[in-house]
Design a protein around this ligand. Structure first.
Ligand SMILES: Cc1cc2nc3c(=O)[nH]c(=O)nc-3n(C[C@H](O)[C@H](O)[C@H](O)COP(=O)(O)OP(=O)(O)OC[C@H]3O[C@@H](n4cnc5c(N)ncnc54)[C@H](O)[C@@H]3O)c2cc1C
Length: 425
């Protein structure tokens, strides 16, 4: 979408979000009921089901850089809307990236219209979210027979399709077999497939998270997205941009919390002065703004890398973790600035709701320890010189080493020998 059209579209959607969705947010959260009949057609009207689907399949075809501001704004107005549309759009992106032409023609136009919705189902109760997936799909003539359980699956309450990460390798769970997993599209109406609703959550209630039970459910062999054995690539490949998507949602929630803190501090008077005049409050606001701005800059960089199809596992995980830490710090500080009022629901700001909603970012697309694992692995695989902290193109003058400077590797060997000599004493 060109810049002028994008800017008009962005404003039109933001008007809709603040004028028509924001007033509903508190009620949705309290009731846990999403007004699908009212909002789903409006999402369609505004193109929100197809933000990442190419225009030729009826979507908006936004770049990552264009998409992130939408996620941030969804988060500012209603976490539940962000969660629901984030999962729908991420799953649609997986089909657009890895589906065959026939699958794209089958799925994308309906997904772009919100006539169909696809969940993204990896997590299992008795496995980690990765190569030890246990949900099994066994080939039987022209079908797969699927057996296993997925839980916490967002949008399970209304989606008609599920993108399910299955083990298609014949052997039992084999770690580090990168070709053992396959992505299958499984319709909700499939026999021997049931969905159990999950309990109420800390926040973002409404999109109906579910537990998917497959008890020998049969689907055609061509239900695969990508090829057999591509599952890890399809799911983990989508997790990389999706980490930036979650970080953008953290940015939106953090900025709303900052807005609330500033507004409150300008109005609340103690000892006949606004609290905004107090250096301790000013210091809190300054720290919050610093956090928000740093996250924004990280996201701009990551978005550019994703749009250029550059490998950015390290940067995407940095963004995800920084996003989480930012939104936790900023919402905590906003609670401090707003005093006792913050502890009450919508009194008058929705800070208590935003605080709870933002905590979902802990688990989404991997916990902090998983982000650190990904970051360390990616960092250790980087060529030297590192590009992560270099402004401009990395350049290392000939004859120098980015770690040792003008010293030679022999000096390092001496350091090792020296150490081992000491140890043997
Ligand atoms: C509201 C909500 C919605 C969700 N939606 C979806 C969805 O739509 N689709 C989907 O597939 N999943 C979904 N998830 C699941 C989410 O991705 C997982 O909760 C998250 O990846 C953590 O997995 P887990 O809950 O199994 O935690 P666990 O794996 O039990 O982790 C517990 C702790 O152990 C640590 N840990 C686990 N393994 C390791 C390891 N190898 N090394 C070091 N530390 C480790 C974790 O970091 C964490 O701190 C959702 C979760 C929530 C809460």
């Amino acid at each position: 979408m060109n810049n002028d059209t994008y800017e008009i579209y962005r404003r039109q959607v933001f008007d809709f979000l603040w004028q028509e969705v924001e007033p509903l947010a508190a009620g949705i959260e309290q009731s846990g009921v999403f007004p699908r009949d009212e909002l789903f057609p409006k999402f369609r009207e505004h193109g929100l089901w197809g933000l990442l689907i190419p225009e030729c399949y009826g979507g908006k075809g936004l770049t990552t850089k264009q998409y992130l501001p939408f996620l941030a704004e969804f988060s500012k107005v209603a976490g539940v809307v962000r969660v629901l549309l984030h999962v729908h759009n991420t799953s649609a992106r997986a089909v657009a990236s890895y589906g065959t032409e026939a699958q794209k023609e089958w799925l994308l136009p309906a997904l772009a219209q919100g006539k169909s919705s696809l969940t993204f189902a990896i997590t299992e109760p008795n496995s980690g979210s990765g190569m030890d997936v246990a949900c099994q799909a066994v080939r039987d003539g022209s079908e797969w027979i699927v057996t296993g359980t997925k839980h916490y699956i967002t949008n399970a309450g209304f989606a008609d399709l599920h993108l399910v990460c299955c083990r298609t390798h014949e052997e039992p769970v084999v770690h580090h077999n990168r070709r053992a997993l396959t992505a299958l599209v499984i319709p909700a109406e499939t026999a021997d497939f049931t969905i159990e609703p999950m309990p109420r959550m800390m926040g973002n209630n409404g999109p109906h998270h579910g537990i998917l039970h497959f008890d020998g459910a049969r689907v055609p062999l061509d239900s695969i997205i990508g090829a057999e054995g591509d599952g890890l690539e399809v799911f983990l490949g989508e997790l990389e941009p999706s980490r930036a998507f979650v970080a953008a949602s953290s940015l939106g929630a953090a900025e709303r919390a900052l807005e609330i803190a500033i507004d409150f501090s300008k109005h609340r008077k103690t000892f006949s002065k606004t609290i905004a005049a107090r250096p301790s409050i000013q210091s809190e606001l300054a720290e919050m703004a610093r956090d928000v701005y740093a996250l924004k800059l990280i996201l701009e960089d990551v978005a550019e890398k994703i749009d250029k199809a550059q490998d950015c596992a390290l940067e995407a995980s940095i963004a995800k973790l920084t996003g989480l830490e930012t939104v936790m710090r900023v919402t905590d500080k906003a609670l401090d600035v707003t005093g006792g009022r913050a502890y009450f629901t919508d009194y008058p700001y929705p800070l208590e709701r935003i605080y709870r909603e933002a905590r979902i970012n802990l688990a989404e697309e991997g916990t902090p320890s998983i982000q650190r694992l990904v970051m360390a692995r990616a960092l250790l695989e980087q060529p030297t010189p590192l590009a992560i902290g270099t402004l401009g193109d990395p350049y290392q003058p000939a004859g120098t080493n980015p770690a040792l400077g003008m010293n030679s590797p022999a000096d390092l060997a001496y350091a090792h020998d020296h150490k081992s000599k000491n140890r043997s004493k």
